[in-house]
Design a protein around this ligand. Structure first.
Ligand SMILES: *Cc1c(COP(=O)(O)O)cnc(C)c1O
Length: 295
């Protein structure tokens, strides 16, 4: 973990976007940590890999779908740390591997495909894995990942009134909530459509005093997980032109869009000082046709 230098650069969002003179916003650039073990994924994985090492397990097994950033990040982190990695993938092997799976394969991950039914039950095909292994839950959800995500705020973030992050499983936002001050508002932008279990999934990870101490926005999914519209793509290009910030269409593009929309609705009171977490995930844009994005 030491060799990944955390360049926790904060970029200020230009005032033209904020619409109000008296609020300001910074972006915490976790996307700069590493192109593949990107953003929040490193924080979610690091304690798992430490635990596996301390139990002297040399093989990491995890679950994911064909477009999972978690799969790519696990593959790359395992290679970096000298683990064998096995990804259990939902469904049949496609003739043409998705960019994420092919990237994971390039980083040494062995891919095992199981049926949708077996995947639902999270069945590890033990007959195919001949040695002891350490299992990381699907998408890195859980309290071990959350513990690691607390470190995202382990820098000078106390003056922020709001902390905004994209949300998938809820593990990262749970870490942010645990690490934030009681008076800070933590806002999550869900990347999934109608994920009504999310509030409970997050509460499950939180300590008693922190339960429900956060707000979720469910209206910025653009059709659902990994779905997109022209409006989202146009926004991501405009956002890049205005701020120089690249975003991905699964998570961070939707968060920045939501943020701009909240600004337009005068959601933030005067003197708000907002921290946006850029959780990375830019490699996911590889599945877009060439020329879709201007960056
Ligand atoms: C995985 C991911 C998330 C979601 O993180 P959770 O801890 O699952 O909520 C957000 N942003 C990016 C870029 C991701 O890859």
């Amino acid at each position: 973990m030491e060799e990944i230098e955390l360049r926790r650069i904060k970029d200020e969002v230009p005032h033209s976007i904020l619409k109000h003179r008296d609020i300001r916003a910074d972006v915490l650039r976790l996307d700069l940590i590493d192109p593949l073990v990107s953003g929040n994924k490193w924080y979610k994985l690091k304690n798992h890999l430490n635990e596996a090492a301390s139990r002297q397990l040399k093989t990491i097994v995890t679950f994911g779908g064909a477009y999972s950033n978690h799969i790519v990040a696990t593959a790359a982190a395992c290679r970096m740390k000298g683990f064998r990695s096995i990804g259990i993938i939902r469904g049949e092997a496609a003739k043409q591997l998705s960019p994420s799976l092919s990237l994971a394969g390039k980083h040494g991950m062995e891919l095992i495909y199981i049926s949708r039914e077996a995947y639902k039950r999270k069945e590890v095909p033990n007959a195919l894995i001949m040695e002891p292994y350490y299992l990381i839950p699907e998408g890195g959800y859980g309290s071990i990942g959350m513990e690691g995500a607390k470190d995202i705020l382990a820098l000078d973030t106390q003056s922020y009134t709001h902390i905004i992050t994209p949300v998938g499983t809820g593990t990262t936002i749970a870490g942010l909530i645990e690490a934030s001050l009681k008076e800070q508002h933590v806002i999550g932008i869900s990347a999934l459509k109608n994920n009504h279990a999310l509030q409970e999934d997050i509460n499950y990870l939180l300590s008693p005093g922190n339960k429900n101490r956060f707000t979720l926005e469910h209206n910025y999914h653009f059709g659902g997980y990994a779905k997109k519209t022209n409006e989202l793509i146009d926004f991501m290009n405009e956002w890049f032109a205005a701020t120089g910030l690249r975003s991905d269409f699964v998570y961070t593009g939707k968060m920045f869009y939501a943020f701009r929309s909240l600004c337009e609705q005068s959601f933030f009171s005067p003197a708000s000082n907002i921290l946006l977490i850029h959780t990375g995930g830019l490699q996911g844009n590889m599945s877009l046709p060439k020329g879709t994005l201007i960056f």
